[in-house]
Unconditional design. Structure first.
Lengths: 226, 217
C-alpha cells in the first residue's frame, strides 16, 4: 500500500495505491473516487477493536459505527479519500508502536492496523472534543485528517498544546491537563486559553494549526438558531 | 524575535521564536502550542472593555514572556481561515477592522477610536481599533490579503477592508445609482479617500454567513 498526498494543506486528498488483495479500512463516507478493480464492503471489523462492541466504541470515539473496506481485486488499484472539512492529511507509519488519536481525526488505515477506543482517563474530558480517544496499534499506514494544517513536534522533555489542537501523539508521551505556566486559573479562562495539555516524555506529537471549535465559535453566533 | 508565517494563505499560522526576556502579546485564545519556558500573563484594562463592546475584539490580551535562558518557540493562529501578515507600526498608527488583530510586540498599543456613523452603516462599527506605538503587529483576515496603494479615492465593498492608515477618510455610498446598486447586488460600498496603503481581504465573513443562513434549518 502506497499513500500519496495531493494538493496544498487546505484541500489535501490522499491517493492510495493498493496491490492485489490489499485492503484499506476507511471511515464511512470518505471515498471520493476509485478504480473499478476494488471491492467495497461494510464492516464492524473482527478482533481487537472490532465487532458490534467495537463499532459502538467507535461511535463514542467520534467515528462512524461501520467502516468501509476497500479491497483490491487485481493489482494497481487506486482510491482517493478525503475528509469533509477543509484541511490537511497526515500519513503515519505504524511499526508496532502505539499512537493515540484525537476523536474525529481518524480517516483510514491499512487492514493490518488495529483501531481501538483508548481511555486516557477523566483528564481527556477537558483535553478535546470527546472523552474518548482512539488507540492505534499494529503495522502499516494510518491516514489522519485535521482542520487546519498539521505540524510535527519532536517532544524531548516538555511541550504545551492548547486543547482542541491535538491530532495525535505517540504513546511514549504522557500528558496532564493544566493551565499555562505563569497564569492563574481565573486569568487563563478570562484570557480565552482555558485548559492546555502539557506533554512529557520523548516522542512525536502532531498538532493542527486551527481548531474547528474556534472557527465554529467565530461563525456560529452569526447564524440563526436551529 | 524571529518569525515565520507558514501554511499561507488558507491556514496561515505564526511560528515565533522568542529570545530570553522577549515578550509577544496575543489575542485571547490564539495560542496553539508553545515551549514550556514561556509564561503567560493576562492583562485587562478599561480600553479592553471598550474594545470588546465596540471593537469586536476580546477584552483580554495574553502576554507570553520567555522567562527561561534559552530561545523558546510559540505557535499562534487566528480562529478564522485566512492569511496573516506582519505590519510595522510607527508614528502613523494603523486602523483595524474588528477581529483583525492577532498578535503584536509589546511596544504596540491597542486603542480605540471613534470611526463615525458612516463606518457604522457600512457594517464596520462605530469605533475602530487603532494600533499605535512602535513595533510589529500581526494582522489576520478571512481569505487572502492584498495590499493596495490608493491614489486619492478608491472604492471597497463593505466587509472587505482589513486595515488602513488613520489619514484615510471613509464615506458610505451606493455602488451606482440607488436602483442600480440594489439590482447589481453590490449594495453599499465604502469610498476611501487618502493616499496611504490599505489592506483588503479576498472574502468576507458576512458572505459566508449569508450563504450558510438559509441552510440552517
Amino acid at each position: 500500500m502506497q499513500v500519496e498526498l495531493l494538493h496544498s494543506t487546505d484541500s489535501r486528498i490522499a491517493k492510495v495505491l493498493l496491490d492485489r488483495d490489499e485492503a484499506l479500512i476507511a471511515q464511512a463516507g470518505c471515498m471520493v473516487a476509485m478504480s473499478e478493480n476494488i471491492g467495497v464492503e461494510t464492516t464492524l471489523r473482527q478482533g481487537k477493536g472490532g465487532g458490534v462492541l467495537g463499532g459502538l466504541k467507535r461511535l463514542l470515539g467520534g467515528e462512524s459505527l461501520f467502516l468501509s473496506v476497500f479491497q483490491a481485486v487485481r493489482s494497481e488499484a487506486e482510491i482517493f479519500i478525503a475528509p469533509h472539512l477543509l484541511g490537511d492529511i497526515l500519513v503515519y507509519e505504524m511499526t508496532n508502536q502505539e499512537l493515540v488519536v484525537q476523536a474525529g481525526s481518524y480517516l483510514a488505515c491499512a487492514d493490518s492496523v488495529d483501531v481501538d477506543l483508548g481511555w486516557q482517563g477523566f483528564k481527556s474530558m477537558f483535553a478535546g472534543e470527546s472523552l474518548f480517544w482512539l488507540s492505534i496499534s499494529g503495522r502499516g499506514s494510518v491516514i489522519l485528517n485535521s482542520f487546519g494544517a498539521i505540524y510535527e513536534i519532536d517532544v524531548n522533555g516538555e511541550y504545551i498544546v492548547d486543547t482542541g489542537n491535538i491530532v495525535a501523539f505517540e504513546k511514549s508521551l504522557n500528558f496532564t491537563v493544566t493551565k499555562p505556566p505563569g497564569s492563574s486559573w481565573i486569568s487563563t479562562f478570562l484570557g480565552g486559553e482555558g485548559f492546555i495539555c502539557r506533554f512529557k516524555g520523548r516522542g512525536k506529537l502532531y498538532c493542527q494549526t486551527h481548531s474547528p471549535r474556534n472557527f465554529g465559535l467565530e461563525i456560529g453566533p452569526k447564524l440563526p438558531p436551529r | 524575535m524571529d518569525y515565520d508565517i507558514r501554511f499561507k494563505p488558507a491556514f496561515a499560522t505564526l511560528f515565533l521564536t522568542l529570545q530570553p526576556g522577549e515578550t509577544i502579546v496575543a489575542e485571547s485564545g490564539a495560542m496553539v502550542s508553545m515551549d514550556t519556558g514561556l509564561t503567560m500573563t493576562t492583562t485587562f484594562d478599561w480600553r479592553g472593555i471598550l474594545r470588546a463592546f465596540f471593537g469586536g475584539e476580546s477584552a483580554f490580551l495574553n502576554h507570553f514572556k520567555n522567562t527561561s535562558t534559552k530561545s523558546q518557540t510559540i505557535v499562534i493562529a487566528p480562529s478564522n481561515i485566512g492569511d496573516l501578515i506582519c505590519v510595522d507600526i510607527d508614528d502613523r498608527g494603523l486602523c483595524l477592522q474588528g477581529g483583525g488583530f492577532i498578535a503584536c510586540t509589546p511596544g504596540v498599543n491597542l486603542g480605540l477610536e471613534w470611526a463615525g456613523w458612516s463606518s457604522f452603516f457600512g457594517g464596520e462599527g462605530l469605533f475602530r481599533l487603532k494600533l499605535t506605538g512602535k513595533g510589529k503587529a500581526f494582522i489576520g483576515c478571512y481569505g487572502g490579503i492584498s495590499e493596495q496603494q490608493i491614489p486619492g479615492t478608491f472604492v471597497v465593498d463593505t466587509g472587505h477592508l482589513v486595515a488602513y492608515y488613520p489619514g484615510t477618510k471613509i464615506k458610505i455610498k451606493f455602488a451606482g445609482s440607488f436602483i442600480g446598486s440594489i439590482k447589481s447586488g453590490e449594495g453599499l460600498v465604502m469610498e476611501l479617500s487618502g493616499t496611504g496603503k490599505i489592506y483588503l481581504q479576498s472574502r468576507s465573513v458576512d458572505g459566508l454567513v449569508n450563504f450558510l443562513r438559509p441552510k440552517c434549518r
